[in-house]
Design a protein around this ligand. Structure first.
Ligand SMILES: NC(=O)c1ccc[n+]([C@@H]2O[C@H](COP(=O)([O-])OP(=O)(O)OC[C@H]3O[C@@H](n4cnc5c(N)ncnc54)[C@H](O)[C@@H]3O)[C@@H](O)[C@H]2O)c1
Length: 352
């Protein structure tokens, strides 16, 4: 059975988030597309091969390309490589580009599709927990530039995002935990009774529980988190208000990731977000911040700043969301209730 959440703006259907039981279920969504081109992350090859096998007999498959992904390789050059591939192999304006992979793959493929022949349609099968609850929903696409995260890109919606938890079976535990951070972030923004349930589930999995044993609850919570994000995007597609809440922890996270790249340290986006959320919580309520720290530890997430706060100041100032020297910080009133407040970086650091 498939569950569908629609992203509508002013009544117009822009995108759909569909959850299904297994990856081949995507073929049901591809019926109306004459030509499908697949780009997939090499680490998600096992899942892409299943989709390819299901699609090939239909005669719709225009081409298929495997890419190696890394944050360093999330560049305009890689996106130009995708243009070369599509053009060289004759993809036309009626092509649908289907990206199978984590957030790096979906961000780059969405951007590549958005500029190829002034924009072709695209869709995603996110294969990391992080991309299932966040990156593959909402239409933010793009690449890094000059060591700055997601500096170049556009907001353009995928026709659909197909979510199936079976693809998580091959995901390394560390990447699973990164996604756990974005799931917990989502429920801190809009709880719906799910935050504490997610802490318990993620704690069980971090403690050694298998995904298979926890599959039903995991599927339910992924769908719930994806629906929260879809709802927020429907109400504020271009991030002029409510969508900013999704940046909870991200001003700190982006600065941590920038510093990590500068110093050659190894930290994932989700890990940086987990640490960033705790710093954001400290801006309003240090007791709540300690509760969140303890919850995140249960989920196996890092919670301590890996660099001195002062050393993050310069990169926080480069935040692309800064306006007039002030940043829209997302602050937490309580679990399920967050709000934005404009502050300078200096004002924020003084509060910590
Ligand atoms: N567009 C948005 O709204 C948005 C939101 C949040 C994050 N992002 C972006 O998403 C990226 C992070 O996403 P991510 O954590 O999914 O990163 P990712 O795409 O790098 O995936 C993480 C790792 O898991 C591997 N992988 C992916 N699927 C796998 C599978 N099923 N089995 C085994 N290995 C697998 C990848 O090769 C990679 O090594 C960042 O670039 C971030 O900027 C975008």
């Amino acid at each position: 059975m498939q569950e569908v959440t629609e992203i509508r703006v002013d009544g117009k259907l822009l995108s759909r988030v569909v959850s299904g039981a297994d990856v081949t279920g995507v073929t049901g969504l591809l019926e109306n597309y004459p030509h499908v081109w697949i780009v997939y992350d090499a680490n998600a090859a096992a899942h892409a091969e299943k989709v390819e096998a299901a699609l090939r007999p239909t005669g719709k498959l225009g081409g298929i390309l495997e890419i190696e992904v890394s944050e360093e390789g999330k560049t305009i050059d890689t996106v130009l490589g995708l243009q070369e591939w599509l053009l060289g192999a004759g993809a036309d304006r009626d092509a649908l580009l289907l990206a199978i992979g984590g957030g790096i793959t979906t961000d780059m493929a969405g951007f590549a599709a958005s500029i190829y022949k002034r924009g072709i349609r695209f869709a995603f099968i996110p294969t990391t927990l992080l991309s299932q609850v966040d990156a593959a929903i909402g239409g933010k696409t793009g690449v890094n530039f000059h060591s700055l995260k997601n500096m170049i890109g556009v907001i353009r919606q995928p026709d659909f995002t197909y979510i199936c938890p079976d693809v998580l079976d091959t995901l390394p535990a560390r990447d699973f935990r990164s996604g756990a951070a974005e799931m917990l972030k989502t429920f801190i923004i809009e709880d719906g009774g799910n935050y504490e349930k997610a802490v318990k589930l993620l704690g069980r999995i971090n403690g050694g529980g298998s995904l298979a044993d926890n599959a039903d609850e995991l599927r339910r919570l992924i769908s719930a988190a994806a629906a929260v994000k879809a709802g927020i995007v429907s109400r504020d597609q271009f991030e002029s208000g409510e969508r900013r809440k999704l940046n909870l922890g991200h001003t700190f996270a982006h600065a941590i990731e920038f510093k990590a790249r500068e110093t050659g340290s190894d930290i994932t986006h989700g890990e940086a977000v987990a640490i960033g959320i705790i710093q954001a919580a400290r801006l309003t309520d240090k007791t709540l911040a300690e509760k969140i720290r303890s919850d995140f530890r249960q989920a196996g997430l890092p919670t301590e700043l890996p660099f001195p706060l002062e050393s993050l100041e310069a990169s926080m100032l480069k935040d692309k969301k800064a306006e007039g020297g002030k940043i829209h910080f997302v602050l937490i009133k309580t679990i399920g209730d967050v709000y934005t407040q404009d502050m300078t970086v200096t004002e924020a650091i003084e509060k910590l």
